[in-house]
Design a protein around this ligand. Structure first.
Ligand code: ZN
Length: 508
């Protein structure tokens, strides 16, 4: 066996451990009886620790040295050289994080999450505050261990979005706000869109049938995938051969499951499209051992869920094509509704309190608010006890609404209770990247609009697979953007998308 093969085989074993973790997590969120949670948490912790120990071992260091020497002189842009380089970087970072810190974060997670659930139920931020303060302290330690020059948030971002920094985010957000806030003001003054028919009772089996039919039309391969029910929907993959999605059916809200399935399908297409040669290779392993992620970054992955959910699934062309089928499946709810009315209803903009229910425009404001708070918590300019006040002030400034309770405000998301800081920006980065990729696809495929209008998604999927999916995590998000679109992350195409679409939906 060559030095490179030895390195790759060892990484593949770590990958197998992480796949076992994923199976346990998938089971825990879809099948497991509720009382299994405690022991399942221990099982996941054990396997994660084994993977982490293997990855940070001296043996891994020796394999890396040998593989590095063996690939000297090879094409620096090739998969092999890239695999060694990125593994080296991740290894260096992982070795800097003390095991005691990883352990403390993991230990605190369940108790902090429980405190958050109780606090949310009782509308009592004070009950959660000490736990949150501990998570903030541990994350500041984590940032210090990983290392940074300008801002502690930069170190945390490295886990989700390599290359992104607090300073670049601040610039991006300023540009986005300059485009979005005036648009939102205009929309808020417009008459409300009729969407009452969306909340009529609709059978979950029918929701599933429609969502799955579209997922397959997009290209989701059910011989390598499946759809299950989960309270908090997600996509999880083991290899490109087994990529699963989940959703949640709301009996009196038709769009929830439908767009949820489109979203998770986008994530799944990315994973199913990875080059078979990269399966069980260094390119499909989560090197930091904190999360399993297959694509270039969380933001890149999110760009694909957003592309299929919003750029395709929420387009007029899509509903002109598919509404007749939906109406056939929901004849009572959609009697008297046509494709145009449905399109307008599922794109109505409405500032709301809850992020996960937000529309394409206000969603980003929910994210910016959270990210600005996270940055403040990490650099010490915001104190935990001031959070409810700061949260409400930002909600008023950005969305014009003030949460009546902390449960509907600062306590609404699970993320901080589990100790995860730094992943929120990837949702907005995903939106921005999706528009850039879509613009590049339009440029490369002149007849794209016509094929999409007929419900033929093969040309788009083939283009995305060729340019993005097949590479797995071989390229950094910025490299991938440069290769595919010719420029780095840019707000322009996304703002143009919002302005064109919503300018027409809400004329002045
Ligand atoms: Zn997603």
């Amino acid at each position: 066996m060559t030095a490179y093969d030895e390195f790759n085989a060892y990484v593949a074993e770590i990958n197998d451990l992480l796949c076992a973790v994923n199976t346990l997590v998938w089971d825990g969120r879809t099948q497991m009886p509720p009382d299994g949670a405690t022991t399942r948490g221990l099982q996941v912790a054990t396997l994660s620790r084994l993977a982490q120990e293997r990855f940070t071992s001296d043996h891994m260091g020796r394999l890396l040295d040998a593989a590095d020497a063996a690939t000297q002189g090879e094409d620096a842009d090739g998969y092999r050289a890239r695999a060694v380089r990125s593994a080296r970087e991740a290894y260096a970072v992982a070795r800097r994080i003390p095991l005691a810190l990883v352990g403390e974060l993991a230990e605190r997670k369940s108790i902090s999450q429980q405190a958050w659930e109780e606090a949310k139920q009782r509308n009592d931020f004070g009950h959660f505050a000490p736990h949150l303060a501990a998570m903030v302290r541990l994350n500041r330690e984590l940032a210090g261990a990983i290392g940074y020059t300008a801002h502690p948030y930069d170190a945390l971002l490295l886990q989700y979005e390599p290359g992104m920094t607090a300073a670049r985010l601040a610039t991006l957000f300023t540009e986005l706000k300059a485009g979005i806030l005036p648009l939102l003001l205009r929309i808020a003054a417009a008459p409300a869109v009729d969407a009452a028919f969306l909340t009529l009772p609709s059978a979950p089996e029918q929701q599933r049938a429609f969502g799955l039919a579209i997922a397959q039309a997009f290209g989701y391969d059910l011989r390598r995938g499946r759809l299950d029910v989960a309270a908090h929907p997600f996509e999880v993959s083991f290899t490109r051969q087994d990529v699963r999605i989940t959703t949640r059916y709301q009996p009196t809200y038709l769009p929830g499951a439908i767009f949820g399935i489109f979203h998770e399908t986008g994530h799944a297409l990315y994973e199913q499209g990875v080059d078979p040669a990269l399966t069980r290779s260094a390119h499909t392993t989560d090197f930091l051992g904190l999360y399993a992620v297959g694509g270039a970054s969380f933001g890149t992955h999110e760009s694909q869920s957003r592309l299929w959910e919003n750029q395709i699934g929420r387009s007029r062309a899509f509903w002109q094509c598919h509404f007749p089928r939906l109406q056939q499946m929901f004849p009572d709810q959609l009697a008297g509704v046509d494709a145009e009315r449905f399109y307008r209803a599922v794109n109505r903009v409405q500032p709301s309190l809850i992020r996960v229910e937000a529309d394409e425009i206000t969603y980003n404001l929910h994210i910016m608010l959270r990210v600005e708070i996270e940055m403040g918590l990490m650099d010490g300019s915001i104190a935990v006890e001031d959070l409810p006040r700061i949260w409400n002030a930002k909600m008023r400034e950005y969305l014009g609404v003030i949460p009546p309770t902390d449960s509907q405000g600062v306590l609404q998301d699970i993320h901080w209770s589990t100790g995860y800081f730094g992943s929120f920006p990837t949702y907005t980065i995903g939106n921005v990247m999706a528009a850039q990729f879509m613009e590049a696809a339009q440029r490369d495929l002149p007849g794209l609009d016509q094929t999409l209008a007929t419900g033929d998604y093969q040309p788009l999927l083939a283009w995305l697979t060729e340019n993005i999916y097949r590479h797995g995590r071989a390229y950094s998000p910025e490299e991938l953007l440069m290769r595919v679109t010719g420029s780095g992350l840019q707000a322009g195409p996304y703002l143009a998308h919002l302005q064109t679409k919503f300018g027409e939906l809400y004329p002045q």
